[in-house]
Write a protein that binds this ligand. Structure first.
Ligand code: T4K
Length: 371
């Protein structure tokens, strides 16, 4: 059996370089609670991403939950069923009712043209996701939010380093939430962040992620413990030095797949969007069972037999999980595009250390599997 190839693999900088950071932590004995590496990492991330304020978190899910708390979102929130389940879970953890709106057929992000019809007097916000790092139609979404007095919180878990016309995608909306999980383009093992536009909001977010403490003796809200620790922050600082190199390697794999898979009947690849800087977190393809001659699950299973572990992100839809499927907006009739895409989607392996030979092997297998 050949060595397994997973959908992703984290990019790890040289270990000896990380040891230097660890030595500093051992000297200072500061392990967490806004230590030196935490402060430095926030500063360097702001510079790298081109954003004003960032608050680091222990993971992306707690950052999402806190983002909703920070803006006091309540009632109903309009969101997408086509995402990782954490997006909707963050609403549930805040006692908010999710209202699912269908996605658009090109980039599988929430369809702005369907949002207005889902707004009720209880709606307080929109929670879209830039799926696979492809930006949502941010201007249209903002216009709706402005018209109806809604907040916009972007789940930007997939968009590290993505820019629209040279402006960070995280500058759109009221808040943007990043994930630095091991499977992401940029990782701190586990980790996340909230990006905001003003100092006051950052302060509130920082209180909330530290139990609500505003100072030693004042608790201003029922906050949680969602702080990033010094080891994560140190790893992040080191990762930052290598992230451009890692993204460039992802781009090579992405271009190879795209070049060799474009034009196969029944297999659709996604194309880059003009004026967007992409960072290639995933390589999704759609398999049309009739035209390709085999369905998505057959391909998934046949590749698995060859020790190639693709993933069906995002199947099942969030709206099909038992917790959410009783909601009126979760009905298949309300979500025809998302339902179709979830049946046909397959994410191919992509990561900086995936060799050209292995990517070519995957391409060859796909040609062999075509009916
Ligand atoms: N919003 C969105 C849109 C998200 O996609 C996510 C997370 C979140 C919010 C929440 O952010 P976090 O709280 O996670 O920061 C993975 C990740 O666990 C999850 O972070 C991610 N999205 C989601 C899309 O994918 P799984 O269950 O598919 O991961 P897993 O463990 O099966 O990993 C996939 C492959 O990656 C493995 O087969 C091997 C490789 N791998 C994985 C890990 C964890 C490694 O090589 N090393 C590793 O350490 O959920």
């Amino acid at each position: 059996m050949e060595k397994p190839i997973f959908v992703t693999q984290p990019f790890l900088p040289p270990l000896e370089e990380f040891v230097e950071y660890l030595q500093k932590i051992w000297q200072s004995k500061i392990l967490t609670n806004n230590g030196q590496f935490h402060q430095q990492f926030e500063k360097e991330l702001c510079e790298y991403l081109g954003v004003k304020y960032i608050s680091l978190f222990s993971n992306g899910t707690l950052a999402l939950i806190t983002a909703l708390q920070a803006l006091r979102i309540s009632g109903e929130v309009i969101t997408t069923p086509y995402s990782f389940v954490a997006t909707t879970h963050s609403l549930w953890w805040n006692g908010i009712k999710p209202v699912f709106v269908d996605i658009e057929p090109d980039y599988y992000n929430i369809n702005p043209d369907k949002i207005e019809a889902a707004i009720t007097p209880q709606t307080t916000a929109i929670l879209p996701v830039h799926v696979y790092g492809n930006p949502c139609q941010v201007d249209k979404i903002q216009k709706i939010a402005d018209t109806y007095g809604l907040k916009v919180i972007y789940d930007a878990a997939h968009t590290f380093g993505v820019k629209i016309n040279d402006n960070s995608v995280s500058n759109f909306g009221d808040l943007s939430v990043l994930s630095f999980h091991a499977t992401k383009v940029f990782t701190t093992f586990e980790g996340g962040a909230i990006i905001c536009h003003d100092e006051k909001t950052k302060k509130r977010i920082d209180f909330l992620k530290n139990f609500g403490f505003a100072n030693e003796i004042t608790v201003v809200a029922p906050g949680i413990n969602a702080k990033m620790n010094e080891i994560q922050a140190a790893f992040g600082l080191l990762q930052l030095k290598y992230v451009d190199e890692a993204i460039a390697k992802r781009e090579i794999i992405s271009n190879l797949y795209r070049k060799k898979l474009t034009g196969i009947k029944g297999l659709k690849v996604m194309h880059d969007i003009q004026n967007v800087k992409h960072t290639y977190p995933y390589f999704p393809i759609l398999i049309d069972p009739i035209d390709f001659g085999a369905n998505r699950d057959e391909i998934y299973n046949r590749l698995k037999e060859k020790n190639i572990f693709t993933r069906r992100y995002f199947f099942p839809l969030i709206s099909d999980f038992p917790t959410y499927k009783g909601l009126p907006s979760a009905s298949t009739d309300n979500l025809p595009i998302a339902t179709k895409i979830a049946k046909e989607i397959l994410c191919l392996p992509i990561y900086p250390n995936l060799s050209i030979e292995d990517a070519d092997k995957i391409i060859t297998y796909l040609y062999e599997l075509k009916g």
